[in-house]
Each structure stands twice: as structure tokens, then as C-alpha cells.
Design a protein. Structure first.
Lengths: 208, 166
């Protein structure tokens, strides 16, 4: 009995060591900073309000053949995703490897979604897309995410991203130069980068 | 002996298969759920907080350590190393999960990611059933292992009382 107790303590100590080490590797603090979390929540609430798109507008968006981006992991996308005419799977954690696929849609209205209202992938991808010179006013987020899509009984499909074959066709230099050119042009003109179809985004924002 | 009908024969091959099926089911499920939590610690931290079963300050620590306990216990169960201790840990975790669900966290238990094919097994009341079945499988696995370890009657040494010599 005593031997079992000691062994269980050893197991727990081992798991603790690995867990704490892994937390340090992933830069997760052992004790959460309450003040920081509160600030982050407030900031997120503002961001959610600014970027949110309601169900009716979301349906209009994808039915019009505009781009929808699923920010979840590829496994999640394969299990099920919105059956939209134009949908891409750009996982937030691999955004920098995949975002070149969406470069031709810069300036057009784009809606991002992830797994649920609590997921952070959509926000991470939204931040990355901003840094890739996607105009923020054209980037909207369907916050209820995949759960909301299922609850609203929107059409769903299974299988991998059909645009995945495009991966690797564009070299890294080309991607970088395309983004830099766009950003430079926007900076020179002294205006917020606007796309051809940005009026569409504004229409969507105003829609009830 | 081992090919005979089950009856009271502890060495029947069927018991071994059943024991290993139960063992692998429990262990692999824990390894899988632990792995998914390790891969997405931020989501699991939120889920731990949503249970409100512990002080907020301990939520990160628990969310970082618990998945590794699941993985290590699952691996030990399969590897037949410190199996008894692994069983105790797994049983304790299952009991805690059942109690946590009963304590009002009846919706998403956070056991598996939203995209997992196992998700329906842990949603709502199915979470109770799944955890209870896992606990049962762990009990079956323990019982069968003990049954098999018991020496067969014919294998016992023949103890005869030697007549006392003068």
C-alpha cells in the first residue's frame, strides 16, 4: 500500500515536471494574471463588437460567392465545414504558410470563423491578415463559429480544402514581395488600403 | 487447457482478449484526450476555469499537468508497468470527471476537441454514460487480470501431511 502511494506520488511528480516544463515552453504562466486577463477580455469584447457579422449577413456573404475562411485545424475542417461556394481552410497556427492563397482576395470582404464563440483562432488569423495588409474593414468574423453554423443548420460539407493544391505554387519571395508592394503602395498613397469590393463590406456592415 | 470453454477456467483465451480490449479502450482513450489537451492548452485552461471547481489561480497549473497524468497513466497501463497505480489514477480521474459533470457542468465537458469524432460520446448526459462505461471497463480489466493471475488448482503443489516420524 505504501509502495503504491509512493509510486503514485512519483507519477504525479513526473507529470507535474513535464506539464510545468511544457507550460514554460508554450510560455503559459503557471498562475494566471487576473488583471491581465480582465484587460484581455475587455479588449476582446471590443474587437468582437467591431468585427462581428450576424447570421443573416453571413449567409448573404457566402451565398454571394465571397470568401469564407475556416481558421480551425485541417483535421477539424475535414470533419466538417460550411458548404460555401468559396471557402478556404487557413489554420491560424499555420497562417504564414497559407495566407498567400488568399492574397488575390485582398480588399474584398472576407468572413473568418473558428470553432465557437470562445475560440481564439479567428482573432489570431485576423491579426495575421492585418499584418499581411488585408484591410481590417473588409475582414469580418462570424463569432458563433462552427458551433453556430451547426446550430443554424447551415449547409455543411466534409473533406479537405479544395484550394490546398495551390499550396507551394507561389514561392516565398513572390508572396513576400506581393505583400510588401501592396503595403508600400498603401503607405505612399497615405490612405487605408482599399480593395475593389470594399463597398460590399460596408454594405454588409450596415445590413441589419 | 486454454482452448477449453470458459467456465471457471481462468486461462481461457477469451478472458485475455476481453481484458486487453478493455485495457486498450481505456488507455488509448486517455492518451488521445490527454494529447488533444496538450496540443491546445489555451482551450483546456478555459474549460478548467468553466468548471469552477478550484481556485482561479490553480487553473493554469491544473490544465498543464492533468493531460500529462492522463497520457502517462494510459501509457503505463498498456506497458504493464506500475499498472495498479495507473489504474488508481485513471479511476480517480474518471470519478472526478463524473462528479464535475454532476456538479452542474452538464454541457461541453472539454474532454475532446470540438472537431473530434469522439465528441458525441462526451456531450451532455452521454458524458456520464461514457465515463461510467470507462470506469466499468477499468473494473473488468482489473478483475480479469486478477482472475488470470490466480494459479489453477492443478498447478498448486500437492501438500500432503507426512506422517510424523518417531
Amino acid at each position: 500500500m505504501l509502495r503504491s502511494g509512493v509510486r503514485i506520488l512519483v507519477l504525479l511528480a513526473g507529470a507535474t515536471l513535464i506539464g510545468v516544463g511544457y507550460g514554460r515552453y508554450r510560455q503559459i504562466p503557471l498562475v494566471p494574471d487576473v488583471q491581465q486577463i480582465k484587460e484581455e477580455r475587455d479588449q476582446r469584447a471590443i474587437w468582437v463588437q467591431q468585427t462581428g457579422i450576424d447570421l443573416a449577413d453571413f449567409v448573404r456573404h457566402y451565398q454571394a460567392g465571397r470568401l469564407v475562411i475556416d481558421a480551425r485545424a485541417p483535421e477539424a475542417f475535414e470533419e466538417g465545414h460550411l458548404d460555401a461556394p468559396l471557402i478556404m481552410n487557413i489554420p491560424a497556427e499555420a497562417a504564414h504558410d497559407c495566407l498567400h492563397r488568399a492574397l488575390s482576395f485582398i480588399g474584398t470582404p472576407i468572413v473568418i470563423y473558428c470553432s465557437s464563440a470562445d475560440c481564439e483562432s479567428a482573432q489570431e488569423l485576423w491579426d495575421d491578415m492585418r499584418s499581411w495588409a488585408f484591410p481590417p474593414e473588409t475582414l469580418r468574423v462570424f463569432h458563433p463559429g462552427w458551433i453556430g453554423i451547426q446550430e443554424a443548420k447551415l449547409p455543411i460539407a466534409r473533406g479537405p480544402d479544395m484550394f490546398q493544391d495551390d499550396l507551394g505554387q507561389q514561392s516565398e519571395e513572390e508572396e513576400t514581395s506581393a505583400v510588401e508592394d501592396y503595403a508600400d503602395a498603401a503607405a505612399e498613397s497615405g490612405e487605408e488600403p482599399q480593395g475593389d469590393d470594399s463597398s460590399g463590406a460596408e454594405e454588409e456592415q450596415e445590413a441589419p | 487447457m486454454s482452448s477449453a470453454a470458459p467456465g471457471r477456467n481462468a486461462n481461457w483465451i477469451g478472458w485475455t482478449i476481453l481484458e486487453w480490449t478493455a485495457r486498450l479502450a481505456v488507455a488509448l482513450l486517455f492518451i488521445y484526450t490527454g494529447y488533444t489537451k496538450v496540443m491546445d492548452p489555451a482551450t483546456f485552461i478555459k474549460e478548467v476555469r468553466s468548471y469552477e471547481l478550484m481556485p482561479f489561480a490553480l487553473s493554469n497549473f491544473t490544465a498543464l499537468v492533468l493531460p500529462w497524468v492522463e497520457i502517462i497513466a494510459g501509457l503505463l497501463l498498456i506497458a504493464s508497468v506500475w499498472r495498479r497505480e495507473a489504474r488508481i489514477l485513471l479511476a480517480l480521474m474518471l470519478v472526478v470527471f463524473i462528479v464535475a459533470k454532476a456538479a452542474g457542468h452538464g454541457g461541453d465537458c472539454g474532454c475532446v476537441p470540438t472537431y473530434s469524432f469522439l465528441k458525441p460520446l462526451f456531450e451532455g448526459w452521454m458524458g456520464f454514460v461514457t465515463n461510467a462505461v470507462l470506469l466499468l471497463l477499468l473494473g473488468v480489466e482489473t478483475f480479469l487480470e486478477r482472475l488470470r493471475r490466480k494459479p489453477a488448482p492443478e498447478a498448486l503443489p500437492d501438500i500432503k501431511q507426512e506422517p510424523a516420524s518417531a
